[in-house]
Design a protein around this ligand. Structure first.
Ligand code: FMN
Length: 157
């Protein structure tokens, strides 16, 4: 199954998971970039003000992929604003989706909103995982996650 991993990463954690998962799934990678990338302080500042979207430089072409993995850091108990924008602008009809997040302490339930949005756009979420960045146990966890996804794909073929 042609697979694309679309992710946003400000400080490298989500990118680390995306790259490990790409190996497990033999997937291609697409890094979402902000049109106007600010620093971490502005990310915290605008997040605290409730900013939920951020313009992105380029949308990935999803047309040839049956499986899209979406990776986001948790910002203020939800997805990063760029990922909200990607989901709002992207076409997901008939796609299988895997969601993964990276976080430090508390995930919150902001991810539920993008799950609902994706389903409303005709996608099917087949797996999701959260990676807490504190204990350096990501590699093993990504391997297990990759196995789960590969099994789900086989079941659905
Ligand atoms: C603006 C901002 C808000 C954040 N909010 C949360 C949060 O609500 N909960 C949490 O556990 N971590 C939070 N974090 C930490 C990040 O989720 C965590 O460091 C993540 O792994 C970063 O991913 P990245 O390195 O791919 O950018 C926040 C980080 C930033 C910059």
């Amino acid at each position: 199954m042609e697979t694309l991993i679309v992710y946003y990463s400000k400080t490298g954690n989500t990118e680390k998971i995306a790259k490990l998962l790409a190996k497990e799934l033999k997937a291609e990678l697409f890094r979402i970039e902000e049109k106007k990338a600010g620093g971490l302080i502005s990310a915290y500042f605008f997040g605290a003000l409730g900013k939920k979207e951020s313009e992105i430089k380029q949308l990935p072409d999803l047309s040839k992929y049956a499986l899209i993995c979406i990776g986001t850091p948790i910002w203020y108990w939800g997805p990063a604003p760029t990922i909200n924008t990607f989901i709002k602008q992207g076409t997901f009809e008939g796609k299988k989706i895997v969601l993964f997040t990276t976080y430090m302490n508390v995930v919150g339930n902001g991810i539920e909103k993008i799950k609902t949005a994706l389903k409303e756009k005709g996608a099917e979420i087949i797996a999701e995982e959260k990676f807490r960045f504190r204990f350096g146990s990501e590699e093993r966890k990504v391997k297990i996650f990759g196995k789960i996804i590969n099994e789900k794909i086989r079941e659905k073929k």
